[in-house]
Design a protein around this ligand. Sequence first.
Ligand SMILES: O=C(O)c1ccc(O)c(O)c1
Ligand SMILES: [Mg+2]
Length: 624
Amino acid sequence: MRTGIATVCLSGTLKEKMQACAIAGFDGIEIFEQDLVTSPLSPEDVRKMAADLGLGLDLYQPFRDFDGVTPDLLKANLRRAEAKFKLMSRLGMDTILVCSNVATATIDDDGVRAEQLAQLAGLAGDHGVKVAYEALAWGKYVNDYEHAYRLVEMVDHPNLGTCLDSFHILSRDWDTAPIEQINPEKIFFVQVADAPKLSMDVLSWSRHYRVFPGEGQFELAKFMGHVVRAGYTGPVSLEVFNDVFRQSDVERTAVDAMRSLIWLEEQSAKWLGDNAGTGTDGAAAGGAAHRRRYPMELATLPKVNEPAGFNFAEVKADDTAQLERLLGQLGFGFEGRHRTKDVQLWTMGQARVIINEQAASHAEPSIAALGFDVDSPVIASARAQQLKAPVVARKVQADEEVFQGISAPDSTEIFLCQGSPDGTAAWTHEFGEGLEHARSALNAVIDHVNLAQPWQHFDEAVLFYTSALALEPQPFAEVPSPSGLVRSQVMETADGAVRLVLNLAPVQQGHAPKTYQEHIAFAVDDLVAAARAARSRGLDFLEIPANYYEDLDARFDLAPGFLATLRELNLLYDRDADGEFLHFYTATVGSVFFEMVERRGGYSGYGAPNAPVRHAVQYDSLHR
Ligand SMILES: O=C(O)c1ccc(O)c(O)c1
Ligand SMILES: [Mg+2]
């Protein structure tokens, strides 16, 4: 698959964008006109720079408001087009994108449009240029890709084809199957963008909220599957208008973009494999053995299953005393220090927490690393590296388990660990030599981990966990807090064994105390007993206001004794059709706090209705 990206996706100058695209490994780029017009580089400079960087200049765009106009306007439009064709020859480019008219069209007649597009194609032919006509979702008369293709067929000129843009097609819910009926020679270009499903006007949605494939909710593998089945072999190019990406670090965004295409390529191949025999090549029915080969080559990745569970969580601090005290009060047992490193192991059943003492001096406690149980750490690591995840190096001694580590977008270190059927971890014997192990009596597992994401890396994180770790993004929620709305995105495995909650913290204001916090939640069988035991050990609970319990009673009509227990122990409660959820939070140390939960029945949520209470109490304790 030939990969591409439009310069409009990125921040910086044209030169910076081109360099970042080359570093990220793109085959080619689309030059967005604004980037050239505002550049000090001459077209010849750009042409040379692209050649030096090994980047193809695959598309010049956009050329707007051409078709369906009065004769006067047509003349002016042809003159404008000719100037661009001449410019393209200086750039060494041969394909221009012409979008359907959104502003100046006054004649809604396919005959007239075809006639005008024929004149454009003729002129383009004189200059060796190919015109890719794209239906914008908000085009005045042409806003459907099938309509755009009908016009291309009517004109029937070798220099006129169509551009398929996944956003314009999927935002309007157009059926993608008919793409397979398009003559592949008439598909001059394919653009891909994902987006969250929002209900708003399509132009604003397109100009601000597009994201890279895997970061939104569009069925892009299916879209691409139809494109591949049509027989298209040209560039598959990202065109993502996004307010965040346009102001983020250009090299990093380019890598995020490349990751999305590598992942999309794999997912498209998978879709084709899973849907063999369902398309126009149905004659080949019979499944993978008879799978037809398509002219576009799709690369795949090392395959991984979703992780089976958390192997460990690691918190890091300069002064670890508070963390040790909290874990002890929760019921964790100290399993000793590592034989060669300054780290401690604390366990409660299968919940393993490492306290890392190697933090920079004065560093506040924070979540530093997560370990996941995978089938094969080597294969999972190979996959992550092919998806351009940065590798984390950790020193190990000869006889110690080697962890395969990658760095998540928020810098949390992710370790791919060898899972075991009974949930134990082989590396624990490296801790506490000669120590009488103070095993905790409680049976517990890590239930979920909640990580605060920097605003500029939120979408990148969703793609990272989706593509590298096979976690599934759930529809995101917005949780009100005193410092703003917190966007909350659950990423989890189908069986719920791994649950990660990504929170987009409100932007920090001035010198206000750090309001975003992260936590690790442990699931136990009997939360009330665990809370009583923790209280007897002096645990500092997050104190829940009385108003909360009145509201809870109004909503759920709880037995008075049960309500009194919840109130007495600062427990929170939720219930849905599947079951019940009880939980409590500890006070925060640095940016970390802990949660203990009990899931009853098939409850699979996170107590989302209680999240605003937690945010408000935490805010209050920071501002007291
Ligand atoms: O928003 C636009 O105007 C615009 C321009 C060119 C494109 O290819 C596109 O998809 C959208
Ligand atoms: Mg487009």
